[in-house]
Design a protein around this ligand. Structure first.
Ligand SMILES: O=C(O)CCC(=O)C(=O)O
Length: 302
């Protein structure tokens, strides 16, 4: 079943992505914008403070803190794990219906994030990468990314740029890079290669539309050259028929959202604590990277 047309499904498998119109109504969008701001301003359990992450330019004090603290934020990571409003974002019905058309009805949702682009910070770039580099399970084609802008997004404010058909590539080597936000990986040799920038399309999307993309699709986001917010909800969905191929991070917090579970395959992970394990990723991709606790505390807003 599922809600996508044959043309949309064909487009997804051929190009590595599809844009689904209007999965959220304006009142739902507003609800998330308001809730995210409240969380940034401190309305969260104390142990969730490390889930509110500043952009590296502010965390490292390379730029003065803006008057409005929300303008310094990079993202809220897994807000579903401490907030009931965001828990609902794992189960947007129109998203689940569309995803079902692509990877079937047995679905696990994980790694929910609310991502900002700090206004006026042109350097806040997330380099080209493939999300499959993070996820140790197979088959990769039964997993996809969901990216829902809550503001109009375009070239100026740091929308997503994608390389159509790049999902046909293998997963490239990925590295953590100096100057890039904590936990963000860069595909080796891609960001500085003009060929990929020429092939890339920067998406212009309206609030409440939804991009579904293959986890091998190369994508990046640019800095925000406007004085307004660029905010998105993003999460991933995998079929519960996927198998783990390496140690799982409870960081991903797998949530069973539709259909059946399957023995020997992905199972729900209820993490008892809000300890941030994402640092393990940095260690995995850069054995020489420093993991100072000083940096970690600077990343939190409180
Ligand atoms: O929305 C963004 O700025 C980038 C999101 C992204 O590529 C990711 O989280 O993997």
């Amino acid at each position: 079943m599922g809600s996508l047309t044959k043309d949309q499904i064909d487009h997804y498998w051929r190009e590595g992505y599809v844009i689904v119109p209007k999965v959220l109504e304006p009142d739902e969008i507003n609800r998330y914008l308001i809730r995210a701001r409240d969380i940034v301003l401190g309305d969260h359990p104390e142990e969730a403070a490390n889930r509110v992450i500043k952009d590296i330019a502010f965390a490292k004090k390379l730029l003065p803190m803006p008057e409005d603290p929300e303008h310094a934020i990079w993202k809220l990571i897994n807000p579903d794990r401490f907030d009931t409003t965001f828990k609902e974002a794992l189960r947007f019905p129109r998203v689940l219906d569309a995803v079902e058309s692509l990877i079937g009805e047995d679905l696990m949702a994980f790694l929910l994030m609310f991502i900002y682009k700090p206004p006026g910070v042109a350097k806040a770039v997330h380099p080209f990468h493939q999300d499959a580099a993070y996820f140790m399970f197979k088959p990769q084609d039964r997993c996809l990314g969901v990216w829902i802008p809550l503001d109009p997004v375009n070239e100026e404010n740091g929308s997503l740029s994608i390389v159509p058909r790049s999902h046909e590539l293998e997963v490239q080597d990925h590295l953590v890079k100096d100057g890039i936000n904590f936990g963000a990986l860069a595909a080796s040799g891609i960001e500085n290669n003009p060929e990929f920038h020429e092939k890339a399309i920067t998406l212009t999307m309206e609030p409440g539309e939804c991009l579904l993309f293959n986890t091998r699709l190369l994508h990046r986001s640019g800095g925000n050259r406007t004085q307004s917010h660029r905010r998105v909800i993003t999460l991933h969905m995998a079929s519960t028929t996927c198998e783990m191929t390496g140690p799982g991070l409870s960081e991903y917090a797998f949530n069973h959202v539709r259909g059946q579970l399957h023995e020997g395959c992905l199972q729900p992970v209820e993490s008892p604590t809000l300890k941030l394990e994402n640092r393990l990723l940095e260690e995995r991709f850069s054995p020489t990277s420093k993991s100072s606790t000083e940096d970690k505390s600077e990343r939190s807003i409180d």
